[in-house]
Design a protein around this ligand. Structure first.
Ligand code: FES
Length: 273
């Protein structure tokens, strides 16, 4: 069993949880994920490792309550334990050797972008972090992101906090002002990552995207995370989650992600009742 040693609400639907898992903490690297199971009746879900502490032997995860399993997970408190907690899984992010990076997080994607920014910053890369949210009420990890970069650009769609606009507006502005990025990392909704690549590709700025949002079971078996990268079939959980953004076929991935949209909405409504 894996004991929960910390829990903090980040906003109405997102929670940070710290779990005792010394063997995973010993090996974890940014970009990797774990698979957890709450109890013997639960399904397995993959969650990105948001942070790890090798000294205390803990792993931090951040989840959004969106379905039955995350609802069940959210009912647990400090002192409770998870039945399964497996990892680290997936390929670590390749972040060495860059001078100036923009790390972009969209909404819940900031939970994954934050450790990437932190890792780059610790390696000596100058990091601008651009974090986008719909409005001020759902902003998460502001202090943590600020501490993990040189400049934080907080964007809200409605201008209720930070700057009004999308993350791509800030990215374009910084590039046009001579930021000199040699790396852009984008993590968030598929349409956001596609839009970021739309800005960086014409300027040939290397762009890494994280395809965590399309993972389902994280084991390479369900096929839910299948995508085309550079004309070849890949699986986000086995071959990624990070990929070269220029190579990802976003249009196909976005089309596939809508396949069960109506059913998923219906299930989410039923689970809330
Ligand atoms: Fe199921 Fe990758 S998440 S195959």
């Amino acid at each position: 069993m894996f004991q929960i040693v910390g829990k903090r609400k980040l906003n109405d639907s997102m929670t940070l949880m710290v779990v005792e898992a010394p063997f995973i903490a010993k090996k974890a690297k940014p970009g990797q994920f774990i698979i957890l199971r709450v109890d013997e009746h639960g399904e397995r879900i993959p969650l990105t490792i948001a942070d790890y502490d090798r000294k205390t032997g803990t792993i931090t995860i951040i989840y959004q309550v969106v379905g039955k399993t995350t609802m069940k997970l959210d009912q647990l408190q400090e002192g409770d334990a998870l039945l399964d907690f497996v990892g680290p899984l997936g390929k670590p992010s390749e972040l060495e050797g860059y001078h100036r990076a923009a790390v972009i997080g969209g909404g819940a994607g900031c939970a994954i972008a934050w450790p990437q920014a932190k890792a780059l910053h610790q390696m000596g890369t100058k990091v601008d972090m651009i974090a986008g949210f719909r409005n001020k009420d759902i902003i998460i990890l502001e202090d943590e992101m600020r501490a993990a970069c040189d400049n934080l650009y907080l964007m809200t769609d409605d201008g209720s906090n930070g700057h009004k606009g999308f993350v791509t507006s800030a990215l374009e502005e910084n590039i046009n002002n001579g930021a000199g990025y040699d790396l852009v990392v984008a993590i968030g909704p598929l349409v956001m990552m596609r839009a970021v690549v739309g800005v960086t590709k014409p300027k040939n700025i290397k762009t890494i995207v994280s395809m965590n949002p399309i993972m389902i079971d994280g084991t390479g078996m369900c096929g839910g995370c299948r995508l085309t990268v550079g004309g070849k079939t890949k699986f986000a959980c086995v071959d990624g989650p990070d990929f070269d953004g220029f190579e990802v076929d976003f249009d196909e991935t976005i089309r596939r992600s809508h396949t069960y949209y109506d059913e998923e909405r219906r299930m989410a409504r039923e689970e809330k009742c």
